[in-house]
Design a protein around this ligand. Structure first.
Ligand code: SAM
Ligand code: DTB
Ligand code: SF4
Length: 337
């Protein structure tokens, strides 16, 4: 065993896209102290470990989705008791964005339960993006599959980020979703990247996947032609009535390991501790930040499910000595070398 204060071998502080599955599996298998040490070393090479970027989510079009994603409360294939609604009016969205800004968010993320947007709907979404930008916030939308021209329209309206998750490993994907393929996801990600929009892409753990699927998921993300600027790691919100509604919660340490491996393999990306914080202890969240997570969703609702109360997050930041990441610092590390 090397001396405790010797530098860890095999640490790649600069981004690389040639990770092998074996290398990623080896990271998952590291003794926890070693994994955390490496994740922190990488994190501190690129970020101030006290800073956490704060985003707020809003569901601008809820429910009635034709896709059959096994985890999702909004799929028309599931009886979850969720009330479907039409696309919100632009002014109502901007009112929510203003509140999010007042509550400290620097990015406003708007989600729609679509397989893909209709061009008419995109007019409204572009107006929302323009309005949120005018408030001085960063913008993110997640609308399902996009064509190249749709991605370009969003870029022209000032969109900063597009969220489109690969969700799980290529092999497990078909167990979770049957109405689209893993390749469909990669195709949209390519359109987003080609349009010059920052990519927000991650996945969900706790869907009954094996550790090898977590390896495959991180491998798929870390070997994209460019790393996503933002990598959300979600713990499944098990919603009654969905195919995965009875799933057993993921073990906290396994969740932290996934965050740490994302941090090590995608050194300059923002790693977001996403869905699942509501039922996580302050201690588990603290471990996630120590493992290199540096972004959260703030606000009492995600899209349709719960998130910690504003006061709980305020206390968490105070207890841990964390500070919201100023807008100016965002993106400085994520810019690809
Ligand atoms: N319909 C679009 C799509 O799927 O691309 C955008 C909205 S969809 C709700 C955005 C992402 O939220 C999904 O890709 C998934 O990763 C995440 N998500 C949805 N339901 C979730 C749940 N119950 N628990 C954790 N993450 C979830
Ligand atoms: C992401 O990766 N997580 C967010 C955001 N991108 C759109 C969504 C989480 C949704 C959790 C379930 C819900 O609230 O419906
Ligand atoms: Fe529809 Fe998105 Fe939910 Fe899948 S995750 S059912 S595409 S809203």
């Amino acid at each position: 065993m090397r001396a405790m204060n010797a530098p860890a071998p095999d640490l790649h502080l600069a981004p690389r896209s040639d990770w092998t599955r074996a290398q990623i599996a080896a990271l998952f298998a590291l003794p926890f102290p070693e994994l955390m040490y490496r994740a922190q070393t990488v994190h501190r090479a690129h970020f101030d470990p006290r800073e956490v970027q704060v985003s707020t989510l809003l569901s601008i079009k809820t429910g009635g989705c034709p896709e059959d994603c096994g985890y999702c409360s909004q799929s028309a294939s599931h009886e979850t008791g969720l009330k479907a609604s039409k696309l919100m009016a632009v002014e109502a969205v901007l009112a929510d964005a203003r509140k999010a800004k007042e509550a400290g968010a620097t990015r406003f993320c708007m989600g729609a339960a679509w397989r893909s947007p209709k061009d008419r709907d995109l007019d409204s979404v572009c107006a929302m993006v323009e309005g949120v930008k005018a408030l001085g916030m960063e913008t993110c939308v997640t609308l399902g599959m996009l064509t190249g021209p749709q991605a370009l329209r969003l870029k022209q309206s000032g969109l900063d980020y597009y969220n489109h998750n690969i969700d799980t490993s290529p092999e497990y994907y078909g167990e979770v979703i049957t109405t689209r393929t893993f390749q469909d996801r990669l195709d949209t990600l390519e359109q987003v990247r080609n349009a010059g929009i920052n990519v927000c892409c991650g996945g969900i753990v706790g869907m009954g996947e094996a550790e090898n699927d977590r390896v495959g998921m991180i491998h798929a993300l870390a070997t994209l032609p460019a790393h996503p600027e933002s990598v959300p790691i979600n713990a499944l919100m098990a919603v009654k009535g969905t195919k995965l509604g009875e799933s057993k919660p993921i073990d906290g340490i396994d969740f932290v390991r996934t965050i740490a491996v994302a941090r090590i393999t995608m050194p300059r990306s923002m790693v977001r501790l996403s869905a699942g914080r509501e039922s996580m202890s302050a201690e588990t969240q603290a471990l996630c930040f120590l493992a290199g997570a540096n972004s959260i969703f703030h606000g009492e609702k995600l899209l349709t499910t719960g998130n910690p109360a504003a006061e709980a997050d305020r206390q968490l930041f105070t207890r841990l000595g964390l500070v919201p990441m100023p807008l100016e610092t965002e993106g400085t590390a994520a810019t690809h070398a």
